[in-house]
Write a protein that binds this ligand. Structure first.
Ligand code: 13P
Length: 333
């Protein structure tokens, strides 16, 4: 039987990342509408089929995160998505949280929900072929947030999710995301991200989660998107991010960054700069928007343009994979 440690190693294979294509039905529908596509179960399916069938996708990604709707859908030729992904050498994963909801008692802050019935849902996802799962906690930096309460509540939920995944034989992607929205500087982002990671580690340890069987999906440490100063350089982002990550022990399977709405070129340049730092865990990508937005724009629902959409995806995956592969050149792996 493949263990969660083995799956986690596969997910963080040198030179590859993880494609995040797990937008909820609501989010996907509004993105399709924005691109001029009528949002239906079929158009959402067609779009995800375009992504999975992009030629040579497996050269740059080890896994793809899907949402419940897609994991249960089939290609136009009847092949179920999980089987189609595996046939291409790509591990299928599933977003299992049910979203960030207003947190009672903490105005303006959110708690990610989805623990009710999670054990049964995980067993069902494993049965239809999922190899890993994802849960995203969200934090906003303002004058008085994130509060200690929001950090503890979300860290506790992340740990309960992670422990349940490992018991079901699925690798949990643990995603504590500090949003870029805000006027904060890079130093404040570093402080807040470090405090969140510390609390997440404590809660994972309390529930005996095996760090060698998880993939951490953090934000890069950057200034806020409304910060008035000049943007930090890739070298500054890389140094600040790696310093925060040093709190994680060497047995962590790997780190796969979210893009957080950064322009694709910036996310990739930051990822490339990370590779000159000597770390005990691989530093790769699990980008969503930075990879799929150009594909959606190029395709925009026109079946004649499927190839263009796929070419856009492949180009961005190749650039991100090339950034990760710099590690082999900048230092010994
Ligand atoms: P972005 O790369 O667009 O931030 O999405 C990654 C993700 O999976 C968010 O949960």
């Amino acid at each position: 039987m493949t263990t969660t440690r083995q799956i986690a190693r596969q997910m963080t294979t040198f030179g590859k990342g993880i494609l995040a294509a797990d937008e909820s039905i609501g989010t996907m529908s509004s993105r399709l509408e924005g691109a001029g596509v009528n949002p239906t179960a079929q158009s959402r399916r067609d779009y995800r089929e375009l992504l999975v069938t992009a030629p040579d996708l497996a050269n740059g990604v080890s896994g793809i995160i899907l949402c419940d709707e897609t994991l249960n859908q089939a290609f136009a030729d009847g092949t179920p998505f999980p089987e189609a992904c595996r046939a291409r050498g790509i591990l299928p994963g599933i977003k299992v949280d049910t979203g960030a909801k207003p947190c009672p008692g903490l105005p303006g802050e959110t708690i990610t929900e989805g623990l009710d019935g999670l054990t049964d849902r995980l067993a069902g996802y494993a049965k239809i072929g999922a190899a890993f799962a994802k849960w995203r906690a969200v934090f906003t930096i303002t004058g008085d947030t994130p509060s200690r309460g929001a950090i503890v509540a979300n860290a506790s939920a992340l740990a309960r999710y992670a422990a349940a995944c490992q018991e079901a034989g699925l690798v949990p992607i643990v995603e504590p995301e500090v949003l870029m929205a805000g006027t904060h500087g890079i130093g404040q982002c570093a402080e807040v991200t470090a405090a969140i990671h510390q609390t997440v580690r404590e809660h994972l340890a309390l529930l005996n989660v095996d760090l060698a069987g998880i993939v951490l999906k953090p934000n890069m440490v950057t200034e806020g998107s409304e910060n008035p100063g000049p943007p930090s350089s890739p070298e500054e982002v890389a140094a600040a991010t790696v310093e925060v990550l040093r709190g994680w022990p060497g047995d962590l399977a790997g780190v796969a960054f979210l893009s957080g709405g950064q322009p694709p070129q910036r996310a990739t340049a930051n990822l490339a700069a990370m590779q000159s730092h000597d770390t005990p865990w691989p530093l790769t990508f699990s980008f969503g928007r930075a990879l799929v937005s150009p594909a959606l724009a190029a395709w925009h629902g026109d079946e004649e343009l499927v190839g263009d959409g796929q070419a856009a995806l492949s180009a961005h995956v190749a650039a991100s994979a090339a950034a990760v592969r710099l590690r082999g050149q900048l230092q010994s792996v």
